[in-house]
Design a protein around this ligand. Structure first.
Ligand SMILES: NC(=O)N[C@@H](O)C(=O)O
Ligand code: NI
Length: 169
């Protein structure tokens, strides 16, 4: 299979099979702090196994070269993983559904999205995704994910006959 992925705009609805979109635009809120602050409440949920702890990190990512060959995806079976852009720059996402839980991905199910700099994502537990795809060098992301025992990162490499490409417009 040889395919250039179509980059879709990131919306709550389109991304629902993969996780949550963390954004304030168009989302419900309620007032707190004596009316000085809007709380956009529970835009996503941190998913953990019983032995896991939720931790907060910063990823500083360099840009990759495009067109980019998507050779692998990874997943975190024990917890969710969220990426919140800290500098307000767009970034890209490549994802595939959890599937049957096995170590296989249907290349036809792989999708790509472009997040605006005001959108973050929370990959749900076990959702296949490409490691962070920054569009600005040394861009930084706040990351909330799971720490704990066991291997929480499965990597799946596509067969050489599968050539998925990600191109910038
Ligand atoms: N390995 C790691 O912590 N980062 C990846 O999970 C990623 O999605 O970027
Ligand atoms: Ni990850």
């Amino acid at each position: 299979m040889i395919k250039t992925l179509t980059i879709e705009p990131l919306t709550r609805e389109a991304f629902a099979p993969f996780g949550d979109v963390i954004e304030s635009e168009g989302r419900d809120y309620f007032m707190i702090n004596n009316g000085s602050t809007r709380r956009y409440h529970q835009l996503g949920e941190v998913q953990l196994d019983e032995q896991g702890r939720g931790i907060i990190s910063i990823f500083r990512a360099r840009t990759l070269d495009y067109p980019l060959a998507i050779k692998m995806l990874e997943r975190h079976p024990f917890g969710s993983q969220s990426f919140i852009p800290l500098f307000g720059h767009d970034f890209l996402l490549v994802v595939a559904p959890v599937g049957d839980g096995g170590m296989n991905i249907d290349p036809a199910s792989v999708r790509a999205f472009r997040a605006s700099g005001r959108q973050g994502v929370n990959y749900h537990r076990g959702v296949w995704h490409h490691p962070i795809l920054a569009l600005r060098d040394d861009d930084e992301f706040l990351v909330v994910d799971r720490s704990g025992p066991g291997n929480n990162c499965d990597e799946f490499f596509f067969d050489e006959s599968v050539q998925l490409s990600l191109e910038l417009g």
